[in-house]
Design a protein around this ligand. Structure first.
Ligand code: PRX
Length: 659
């Protein structure tokens, strides 16, 4: 934790003079001027930026409509098209021949797409979708590997006003089915297989399985991109090869001009109930923040080569692959594979080969690559030429100071600032982050709010707590890229993000503390039943529901997180079986069966690391499971808390034993 404790002064890294001189936001006075501008007139600030950064078909006349708060609307009577802003606009500005995407496949093959290529490919895909009856407002699920086609599919939806819902390729048939069903999607775009780490993994077969589960009747077609040429089952009435769908399509396609409030996408994420929520984002406000944060946080310039290692199945891939860098006419790397194939030097080799200047990844990846480099000198970053780098970023979970220092020294050569960007699926883009030519950095702190973002740390009644004292992270004023709704569930939206006791502030779901001296923010972790495993959000209830759906075996389950050196948090499940508590090899066998079961129900990322069996779970007399005790057991701590309200205290000793 970087908040000063009075004993240890945190290390501070001031931006270099060169960084200050060249940055879009140049120096702390420039940052402060933007903050002051936003404080003086919040709406005028955002309106100015929206006019400067987006191309509008018809300009907006009203900035913010808060008449139905917390369902805020931004720039609503303005019309635009997101794909026009990312593609046509750059081609019209003379960037048609500029490389937009450098794609590196799992096997190392590199292909490039210019802005003109991307535009014509997007138009052809958009025409293919239109030809099959997809129109404005329809939902399209994209279940694709990392590829230029994946980005094009998203842009094509944006072009015709269809709302995309990208499902990460690691999700199971059941999860995919639930998302298609909840969104009422009319079209699904997938691939035969995905290539990852030298293996071909099925996608189309999982789509078939998802549809066979029932509940996907809204789907008219499944469009299949041939990636590996692997065997797939085929339903001639429903399935269409992408190359057939594209054959003969025109390379131009009139964009659908939509209101700034038109839903650009849904993205399902975990909450504190068993059911993932379809986070709904807008077109204008979202794109504004995607572009603006790419410009100010990543300081993107025309000559940069930007690489965000996230998958397009997560919000980071949406904002910092598909939309932000393209809206600015940048050049970016898109990578199909995994960081450890063919060896753990892959990222460093790619930075060297493509002369990447800005690199954005997750702490989990950094921590696992530190381990790999320490174990094998051949993949140590010091063996690669990383001198092209000028800026590093981190996202998805807290970055511990030791990992920060390693990243700074070995990847950034001690010269590249690190932007530790705090944000969420719901926020659309960065919320609290350093700006590289302005903010002095403190390892482990995401520093200060992005200009125009009114973040604060408050108590349970919404009153700001003094710096140095921890509390709940909120955002007091609405901002353009904020979540608009939970698809189909406005009540849950209000309950989750705007609880009445918080004075109308947005509840992020994280705890935070501001440094007593600097006011810098440090995120202290989720305050709800959401875990963060390798930067992926998982609901404990979701995993519990998956476990108890194994009705032959499981009577009851409780899931908690415990700290893990590499993945940040690890999933720990306490399970009561419908048979006597197993031990030894039997316990191992059943634990494996349950792990695989959760993998099939949700996806491999949700598999519990530890599974412990008990005759019961620790409960209060009213039957409530005492999770804080389970959290202590999972961590291997001695139980020092009060257990007097517990109905069955003896269970604690049993659960503390390893089966
Ligand atoms: O707990 C915070 C953590 O990730 C959560 C959001 O997860 P998700 O919606 O999947 O989006 C991840 C990518 C934006 C947050 O509530 N988190 C994200 N970034 C940071 C972070 N925690 C600490 N520091 C960060 N930089």
């Amino acid at each position: 934790m970087s908040a000063s404790d009075g004993l240890h002064e945190p290390k501070i890294y001031a931006p270099s003079e060169a960084a200050v001189r060249s940055a879009h936001v140049s120096g702390m006075p420039a940052y402060q001027a933007l903050v002051d501008e936003a404080n003086a007139d919040h709406q005028a600030f955002w309106a100015r930026l929206a006019r400067e950064h987006l191309s509008w078909k018809t300009p907006f006349t009203k900035v913010l409509d808060d008449s139905e708060a917390p369902f805020f609307k931004w720039f609503e009577d303005g019309t635009l098209n997101v794909s026009y802003n990312c593609l046509d606009r750059n081609v019209e500005a003379g960037l048609g021949g500029k490389t937009a995407i450098i794609f590196e496949a799992d096997d190392g093959t590199v292909t490039r797409a210019t802005y003109s290529d991307l535009l014509s490919r997007t138009c052809r895909m958009a025409n293919a979708l239109r030809e099959r009856g997809v129109s404005k407002g329809d939902r399209v699920v994209i279940y694709m590997p990392m590829s230029i086609e994946g980005v094009v599919a998203m842009q094509a939806c944006a072009r015709i006003g269809a709302t995309h819902s990208v499902v990460f390729g690691g999700f199971s048939a059941q999860s995919l089915r639930d998302r298609v069903n909840d969104a009422g999607a009319v079209m699904l775009i997938t691939a035969d297989e995905q290539a990852r780490g030298g293996k071909s993994l099925p996608l189309k077969a999982i789509v078939d399985e998802a549809i066979a589960l029932g509940g996907c009747e809204s789907l008219k077609n499944v469009i299949v991109y041939k990636r590996t040429g692997g065997q797939v089952a085929w339903d001639a009435k429903r399935d269409v090869w992408l190359h057939d769908a594209l054959a003969g399509q025109s390379e131009t396609c009139e964009p659908e001009w939509v209101s700034a409030e038109h839903p650009l996408f849904l993205l399902y994420t975990s909450g504190s109930t068993g059911k993932p929520k379809g986070v709904q984002h807008s077109s204008g406000g979202y794109l504004l923040h995607a572009a603006l944060t790419t410009k100010w946080t990543f300081d993107l310039k025309p000559d940069d080569v930007f690489w965000c290692t996230a998958d397009i199945g997560w919000v980071t891939g949406h904002t910092y692959i598909t939309y932000g860098p393209l809206a600015l006419g940048g050049t970016e790397v898109v990578f199909e594979g995994i960081p450890t194939y063919p060896d753990a030097g892959r990222f460093w080799k790619m930075i060297q080969d493509h002369k990447v200047t800005i690199f954005y990844t997750a702490p989990t990846a950094i921590r696992s690559l530190i381990k790999a480099a320490e174990g094998n000198a051949a993949v140590h970053p010091d063996r690669y030429d990383l001198s092209s780098l000028r800026l590093l970023g981190s996202v998805g979970e807290p970055i511990n100071p030791a990992a920060w220092e390693w990243y700074h020294q070995h990847i950034g050569g001690g010269r590249c600032p690190i932007v530790d960007t705090f944000w969420q699926t719901e926020t659309g883009g960065h919320m609290i982050t350093p700006l590289p030519g302005a903010t002095p950095l403190v390892p482990g702190s995401c520093t200060l709010p992005f200009p125009g973002i009114d973040a604060a740390v408050v108590d349970e009644t919404g009153n700001e707590v003094p710096n140095g004292q921890g509390g709940i992270l909120v955002v007091r004023k609405p901002w353009p890229s904020m979540i608009r709704n939970i698809y189909g569930d406005p009540e849950r939206f209000k309950k989750s993000y705007y609880p009445p006791e918080l004075k109308g502030y947005y509840l992020a779901g994280d705890g935070a503390i501001r440094d007593a001296k600097t006011g810098y923010f440090t995120i202290t972790g989720r305050i709800d039943d959401v875990l963060n495993v390798s930067g992926h959000r998982m609901g404990t209830m979701e995993i519990e529901s998956a476990l108890v759906s194994h009705t032959d075996l499981v009577a009851e389950a409780a899931v908690v997180g415990r700290p893990d050196e590499t993945t940040g948090e690890a999933i720990c499940a306490f399970v009561v079986l419908k048979r006597p508590r197993p031990t030894g090899d039997e316990a191992k066998k059943i634990a494996k069966e349950l792990r695989d079961w959760v993998g099939k129900e949700i996806g491999p990322i949700a598999k519990p690391k530890d599974i412990r069996f008990g005759d019961n779970l620790p409960k209060t007399r009213s039957g409530k499971i005492m999770r804080r005790l389970l959290r202590s057991i999972a961590k291997g701590e001695q139980i020092t808390q009060d257990t007097s309200t517990l109905e069955n205290p003896a269970i604690l000793a049993q659960l503390s034993e390893n089966n």
